[in-house]
Design a protein around this ligand. Structure first.
Ligand SMILES: *Cc1c(COP(=O)(O)O)cnc(C)c1O
Length: 423
């Protein structure tokens, strides 16, 4: 079935009330009915359904199943934010003394998680440039636990060569983890390209209305085969003390292993739970996600093409522009569209400031993926603390403006940018 059909139906079987809308189960816990049933639930014999909302909830389960289907994976775990999705995906494979190989081009919060917080936990992040994947192999050793990158990088808007990165990781039996927030499964399905784990910030395009913070982890259908017996992943292959010696890799049901362990160990012990209310909001949003991603992509491309011709614009970054350094990869991996993020450069800091202060429809907001258009000036906000040299290294010039193109009519957005640029 097509994604737009799955987006409306996957993961939901009507309950006894036959409600068309997915019901919202706001309940902390569930009645076992008998001591035997309770005991078998705690021994993981009843799956993870309806025990306690920290490890599972029927509304959240619909969101998880739906996302697993949309990404082409076997199972998913919903968590309270994109950052906790990323954190859990790493903690599920790495511990003190281990290292992870990660792209330079990452979301700001991911950079600080990897370079500061994980460092405090004894996990070393080794960075590589996604345009130079040849440098990766020199970083791999026996303690390497994953290769992490973004499918469309935020904020630099690059597209990696998936095949090359996946081949290097597979050669060394290392798990690949991809942040698919900006592309969403409607534009790119990394698991079907051979990536092992996908993470999401659902806070962005999923509701489309900037309503709630949330995250998801989704695993590839046959990932269990890669993990079972793999010496890099002892936590999946040795007896788990907290479950009476259960070996996770030997107890795979419906191809679900990675997210099962994340749920039963990490979620149980550290509890970054998604509220069922937020899960319910995300379910509403997913229904229209593919329609919206098409429109975001079309409008962003029109605006990028228009900006390229404007005399006061020095450079435009959008992966589906022929002039873009990611064009070849984008054509290959983003045939359905390249999402709503683009950036462009004007002469200097003052000109950029003037553009931001002149636009009427765009809002100045530190977010992306809203249906309302957003404009951002990196040098005065997110990258304010960097020196001119550091800005250059980060690819952020003083005149760089980033747009998250929303769902307003693109002619109106172009007219807004025109009057701001011509002011
Ligand atoms: C926003 C974002 C995150 C963090 O997600 P939160 O839901 O805000 O925690 C991670 N990765 C990317 C690419 C993002 O844009």
């Amino acid at each position: 079935m097509q994604l737009q059909t799955e987006a409306l139906h996957a993961g939901y079987e009507k309950d006894t009330q036959r409600t068309m809308a997915v019901p919202m189960y706001m309940s902390t816990a569930f009645d076992f009915g008998s001591t035997d049933f309770a005991a078998s639930s705690f021994n993981l014999q009843q799956g993870t359904d309806n025990v306690y909302t920290r490890v599972g909830n029927p509304t959240t389960a619909v969101l998880e199943k739906r996302f697993a289907v949309l990404e082409g994976g076997s199972g998913a775990l919903a968590v309270s934010s994109g950052m906790s999705a990323i954190f859990y995906s790493i903690l599920n494979v790495a511990q003190a003394g281990d290292n992870i190989i990660v792209a330079n081009q990452l979301y700001g919060g991911t950079v600080t998680l990897f370079s500061q917080t994980l460092k405090r936990l004894g996990i070393e992040a080794r960075f590589f440039d996604i345009h130079s994947p040849d440098a990766i192999e020199a970083l791999v050793d026996e303690h390497t636990k994953c290769l992490f990158f973004e499918s469309i990088t935020n904020p630099s808007i690059d597209v990696p060569n998936f095949e090359v990165l996946i081949a290097i990781a597979n050669k060394h039996n290392i798990i690949t983890i991809v942040d698919n927030t900006v592309a969403t499964p409607m534009l790119c399905q990394p698991l079907l390209l051979g990536v092992d784990v996908v993470v999401h910030s659902a806070s962005k395009y999923t509701t489309g209305q900037g309503l709630a913070i949330g995250g998801l982890i989704v695993e590839r259908k046959d990932l269990a085969e890669k993990i079972k017996g793999n010496a890099r992943y002892p936590d999946f292959n040795t007896p788990e003390v907290s479950y009476h010696g259960l070996v996770f890799a030997d107890s795979v049901v419906s191809g679900i292993l990675f997210t099962f362990r994340a749920r039963m160990v990490l979620m149980r012990d550290t509890g970054a739970v998604l509220s069922p209310f937020n899960a319910w909001l995300f379910i509403q949003g997913v229904e229209t996600l593919s329609l919206r991603m098409k429109q975001h992509s079309q409008s962003a491309l029109s605006i990028a093409q228009w900006l390229e011709k404007h005399p006061r614009v020095k450079k435009v970054n959008y992966p589906l522009l022929e002039s873009d350094k990611s064009y070849a990869n984008a054509q290959k991996y983003l045939a359905k569209g390249a999402s709503g993020l683009l950036s462009f450069e004007v002469e200097d800091f003052e000109t950029a400031k003037k553009v931001l202060d002149s636009v009427q429809i765009f809002s100045i907001v530190a977010n992306i993926g809203d249906s309302k258009s957003i404009i951002n000036h990196s040098a005065s906000t997110t990258h304010q603390q960097l020196s001119p040299e550091e800005l250059k290294k980060a690819g952020v010039s003083a005149g760089l403006i980033r747009l998250s193109v929303g769902l307003e009519d693109s002619d109106d957005l172009i007219a807004d940018l025109k009057s701001a640029l011509d002011a």
